[in-house]
Design a protein around this ligand. Sequence first.
Ligand SMILES: Cc1cc2nc3c(=O)[nH]c(=O)nc-3n(C[C@H](O)[C@H](O)[C@H](O)COP(=O)(O)O)c2cc1C
Length: 411
Amino acid sequence: MITIKYANKVMITCFDLRTHPTTALIAKIQHLYDEPIDVIHMDETAIHPCIGCWDCWLKTPGRCVMKDDMEKAYQRYVNSDTIILLIDSAQGFINHRAKAFIDRSIPHYLPYIIIYGKECQHAKRYRKYADLVFHFDTEGLTSSEEQVIEDYLYRTAYQHKAKGYRLMGHDALQVKKLKHRKAKNKQLPQSLYQSDARLVIYNGSPRKTKSNSGTILKAVKAQLGDRVDIRDLKDQAQWTHWAQAFQNEAHVLFFMPLYVHAMPSHVMAFIERLGPSNGSLGFFIQSGFPESSQSYYLEAYFEQLTQRLGRSYGGTAIKGGMEGLQMRPLDAQAKMVQPLVLAIDHLATHKMFDNKQCRRLAIPVRFNMIVRLLFRLFFKKFVDGFWNSQLKANQAYEHALDRPYEEEIAT
Ligand SMILES: Cc1cc2nc3c(=O)[nH]c(=O)nc-3n(C[C@H](O)[C@H](O)[C@H](O)COP(=O)(O)O)c2cc1C
């Protein structure tokens, strides 16, 4: 039997991720609900960033290997009917702490892939998922930034198989149901910033080993040599120095994997340190699922960020389908990576991405009917086999579908 303990009780959990928690907001939220809200404060040390190891899928299914306050949070998360997330905004987006919380939710899903609508999603691990209710501070946000955040949070709830709501207003709070809206991407035209300076590339992958970004950027370095300076954002000791240097760097590219439809949380933490400055700014997002629409909500934010920082926009390149790069033989890897290297070569030479190259990289944007059918008939088996072989190698296959936190509550 499952969730006996809470069978007759509606459980509402509020994770307060704010830097300066206030009781006033919590009291206003409590007014909206008949049931008592359990509030859990999570400070800076409570949530370590996801490192993309995927042990929570492939070694200890459903459980994250990191030992921090998220361990307790997982149990509450899985067994609540409603989750309220109180989050800070920073640099026009949700801040890195909120992003880390969202990234660390992947153990609640299975590695197996389904196609829902015209896009990929990970299959459910648990039988039910709580409603997600977000409150973010709007101070200092433009109306476009506020919309980008709201769209992103809707998208997060959608990917999490949850209904999404936003709490808004000052004196009396209102609850707004979040609805699908097309991402506000591809609104900002590229603009040229003339300078002979070399291209500084920030690698935003949190992975310590077998990083796809690492493999791609190694090939970039091999082809472009001294025309690029590649910096790994895992080297946090350099952040203060790099954020200062950014003020005078003419051409900068952020290169990163997509994490729950946005940037990995440590990339956001670094972005929070940047100030307005001259120069160009470009972005390269590579992702696991093949369709580039996965990255549209992040592209929308990057356009806002470029304007916030007052820089010229070099464009955003998006490439899906990069998971599995490491499993290929070296010559196949080189072939897969070459179009990405060429796109960055163009950026380094012409100070902006080439639209034609970007359009080619971004295929498929979403899946058409034929691909959806082929996926169900043939590809799904192949992709499930990819995950199963790794689960078997780790002696974890028998536990692949475990629902650890649900079961813990029952006993
Ligand atoms: C926490 C987490 C969240 C992810 N979210 C997405 C996603 O929303 N969409 C997607 O297509 N891929 C997603 N991925 C897959 C990565 O983008 C993909 O594996 C990428 O190639 C990893 O690059 P790296 O090895 O350089 O870190 C996610 C991976 C992790 C670990």
